[in-house]
Write a protein that binds this ligand. Structure first.
Ligand code: PNS
Length: 159
């Protein structure tokens, strides 16, 4: 059985993330979405909120599991029997960072492969940081995040 991990902070999950999740879930028997719980990153959304938002928007995907993790990604992948790490690429800047991470992860665990999926062009400008900035200005989040998460995300920014 092929198992892959799709890791990230998902603070919050965007339509770009969801597109990668859907596409990867068609390639691998099982896809584990790994939500990083590193507090040093100071996420706006709690671990539970981030996991639940992804669970909500992937509930129709039977082979997708959402789990939080801390520590090394290669250890998390190994613990769950995943041979592959899936990453999405939007820009050349993404590539430079991800290339380095892929080489480091390969050095840490030579049996773990990183597979890159190109973003769908219509989502190439979306990032969690942009979503949060826009939400802070009470901007329209439709098209950037799944519709059912729009109000949940905006509520975080209501004083
Ligand atoms: O969505 P992000 O914040 O770009 O995701 C980054 C993530 C979670 C993929 C990356 O920070 C990560 O893999 N963290 C786990 C720690 C780790 O294994 N680091 C690499 C070796 S130091």
């Amino acid at each position: 059985m092929s198992t892959a991990v799709y890791p990230g902070s998902f603070d919050p999950v965007t339509n770009g993330h969801l597109d990668i999740i859907r596409r990867a879930s068609r390639i691998y028997d099982k896809l584990i979405v790994g939500v990083l719980t590193n507090k040093e990153k100071h996420p706006v959304f709690t671990e539970t909120e981030r996991v639940e938002m992804i669970q909500t928007v992937t509930r129709d995907l039977d082979n997708v599991e959402v789990r939080s993790f801390s520590g090394l990604l290669v250890d998390f992948a190994e613990q769950h029997g995943a041979q592959v790490i899936v990453k999405g690429l939007r820009t050349v800047a993404d590539f430079e960072y991800e290339f380095q991470m892929a080489l480091l992860n390969k050095a840490l665990n030579p049996s773990c492969e990183t597979i890159f999926m190109m973003t769908n062009t219509k989502y190439s400008y979306i990032s969690s940081s942009m979503v949060k900035e826009l939400a802070g200005f009470n901007g329209d989040l439709h098209g950037l995040v799944p519709n059912e998460l729009v109000n949940i995300i905006k509520e975080k920014y209501i004083d």
